[in-house]
Design a protein around this ligand. Sequence first.
Ligand SMILES: Cc1cc2nc3c(=O)[nH]c(=O)nc-3n(C[C@H](O)[C@H](O)[C@H](O)COP(=O)(O)OP(=O)(O)OC[C@H]3O[C@@H](n4cnc5c(N)ncnc54)[C@H](O)[C@@H]3O)c2cc1C
Length: 175
Amino acid sequence: MMVYFVTGDEKEYYYVTGVPEPDWNHGTSFVDSSREEMRKAFEGYHPTVQALIDCTESVTKWPLLERNPLPLWHENRLVLLGDACHPMKPHMAQGAAMAIEDAAMLVRCLEEVGAEHYQQAFELYRTNRFERASRVQQVSHDNTWLREDEDPAWVFAYDPFEVPLKQPTSQGSPA
Ligand SMILES: Cc1cc2nc3c(=O)[nH]c(=O)nc-3n(C[C@H](O)[C@H](O)[C@H](O)COP(=O)(O)OP(=O)(O)OC[C@H]3O[C@@H](n4cnc5c(N)ncnc54)[C@H](O)[C@@H]3O)c2cc1C
C-alpha cells in the first residue's frame, strides 16, 4: 500500500494498492468498492493495514490498463503525448512525469525547426521521446523499478531542454 498525505496538516490521505482480478467487465474506467471488500482482500495483513482500511471513507476500484509502445505518434496535423501514446502501469509513478516531459520536448522541437515545419518538428519530437517513454513503459510493466540498488538518475535527472537532440534517420526514428 502506498499512502500519501494530501493536506499539509496530514489529516487527510489517499492510498493505492493492487489486488489481482481475473477480468474487467464493468464498461467504466472505475467502480465503487467498499471497506468490506478491502477487509476481505487484506484479511490477516498487518494491524496498520487493518487500521488504514477501518478509517477509509471511500474506496474505488480501477483496472490497470497499459499498451505496448505505439509506433505512430503523429500524423498530418495531429501529434500525441502522454497517456494517449504511452499509457503505462503505475509502478514507477511516471505517467504524468512522462506527459510533462513530452510537452517540454514538443515545445523545444517546435522552436528548433519552426512551427511552420510542424511535421518535421513532430518527427524530431518522436525521435527524442520514443526510446525513453518506451523504456519507462517497459520497466513499469515489469515492476522492477528500484527493486535492486540502481542509480535513479536516468529517470530523475533528465532535462528535456538540456538533453542533446537526436536527429531522425532517413528511415524515420525507431519503432
Ligand atoms: C491513481 C493514479 C495515481 C497516479 N500517480 C501518479 C504519480 O504519482 N506520478 C505520475 O507521474 N503519474 C501518476 N499517475 C499517472 C498520471 O495521472 C497520468 O499518466 C497522466 O495524468 C497522463 O496525463 P495526460 O495529460 O496524458 O492524460 P489525462 O490526464 O488522462 O488527460 C486527458 C484529458 O483529456 C480529457 N478528454 C478525454 N477525451 C476528451 C474529449 N473527447 N474531448 C475533450 N477532452 C477529453 C480527459 O477528461 C482528461 O482531462 C497516476 C494515475 C492514477 C490513475
